[in-house]
Design a protein around this ligand. Structure first.
Ligand code: EPU
Length: 337
């Protein structure tokens, strides 16, 4: 089966078999049937690069359902669309997810890479998540602490726990997030672009107004996967030592740097987009793949680009950035196979 419709880079990779998983019971059954045969998990494919045929059974995460318990606990099935859940929670009168509006992907994929935008990461809202364990063939609940969250990372991205791409141990089925009633919600508008959007406003904006501003910024800067294939940021913003950052700043005073609170005071994060743009790649094109002209961190598929072409371009960018700045860019999406 062709997976073009199941990955937002719109790569035409093929898979042996594709199965829709719409309940926890279906997982138990599939577990039994597949045994140790190769398998992999796809949500809406918004953070994967399929760069060759997939010699495995693809399990599509489609467990639905959403409700909000008293005390603002949002319970959502892993196969729900993330952005729809964000907008629905606001319409139900709860804030907390507004900064994460319009991020492509499913609810279950969101904690895997600890999605984050405009000053908020999902880890700040997560209470716990439930996952099917293919080893013990049982459901297991992970507290926030057990998820091992870091910048664009969790244990579900760690091969030491999750195993190789074709033998993933855990399949996330449900996520619980802590929201706040809109009247009590504290909005976070400290991130540069958002701060600018509300400059001059005397009253703090409502969560809905923040979501509107976030959506406007994203639509201005980032390509819509429905129009042009992409997986959002292709590289993480590199975390480097303060010493290296200071040396880089001497040579490049305008390189954006962000202090880290959670990674110790001897490191900071720098802008990958800035490094890539300075190496001349913004808007560059190699056949049918390229770098988005509006944001240097986003690789795009202009039509019939292949996963291999995307990887070749990513490699070319990594080499250029290392050669010029001595900084390694770590890819953000997961590569399959
Ligand atoms: N910049 C450039 N050239 C560009 C784009 C940006 O030099 O083409 C510089 C600008 O100085 C800008 C700075 O980079 O001020 C930061 O840009 P932006 O606010 O767009 O954020 P980012 O660091 O490039 C990160 C996330 C995005 C998230 C935004 C907003 C990562 C890898 N990416 O991008 O997440 O939306 O911040 O919070 O951390 C994603 O993960 O797919 C994603 C889009």
């Amino acid at each position: 089966m062709n997976l073009t419709a199941h990955n937002t880079l719109r790569i035409a990779a093929r898979a042996d078999q594709v199965l829709q998983i719409d309940s926890e019971a279906a997982l138990a059954e599939i577990s039994q049937q597949l045994g140790q045969q190769p398998r992999c998990i796809l949500g809406s494919g918004s953070n994967v690069v399929l760069h060759a045929p997939i010699p495995a059974t693809v399990l599509l995460s489609q467990i639905k359902g959403r409700h909000i318990r008293p005390q603002g606990v949002l319970v959502a099935g892993a196969g729900e669309n993330w952005h729809e859940v964000v907008m629905w929670s606001l319409a139900q009168g709860y804030g907390g997810l507004e900064n994460l509006a319009l991020i492509p992907g499913t609810v279950g994929a969101a904690p895997v890479q600890n999605i984050g935008a405009y000053g908020v990461e999902i880890s700040e809202r997560l209470i716990n998540l439930t996952a099917w364990d293919f080893q013990s063939r049982q459901l297991h609940t992970f507290s926030k602490a057990e998820c091992g969250f870091a910048y664009r990372h969790s244990i579900f991205k760690d091969p030491a726990l999750q195993g190789p791409w074709n033998q993933p141990r855990f399949f996330i089925t449900q996520v619980q997030l802590q929201l706040a009633p809109i009247a009590k919600a504290e909005v976070n508008i400290g991130y540069g672009d958002l701060k600018a959007a509300f400059a001059g406003h005397s009253n703090p904006p409502s969560p809905m107004e923040v979501a509107d501003a976030v959506m406007a910024i994203r639509r201005r800067k980032l390509p819509d996967p429905a129009e042009i294939g992409n997986v959002g940021s292709f590289f993480k913003n590199p975390i480097i030592s303060n010493v290296q950052a200071k040396n880089l700043r001497l040579l490049h005073p305008d390189l954006p740097q962000y202090p880290l609170t959670d990674h110790g005071s001897d490191q900071c994060k720098i802008s990958a987009a800035w490094l890539i743009e300075r190496c001349g790649f913004k808007g560059a094109r190699r056949g049918d793949v390229g770098v988005h002209q509006g944001h240097a961190l986003v690789l795009v598929n202009h039509g019939d680009g292949t996963g291999r072409e995307i990887l070749a371009l990513a490699h070319e960018i990594q080499q250029a950035v290392v050669a010029r700045f001595g900084v390694f860019l770590e890819p953000e999406p997961v590569f399959m196979p």
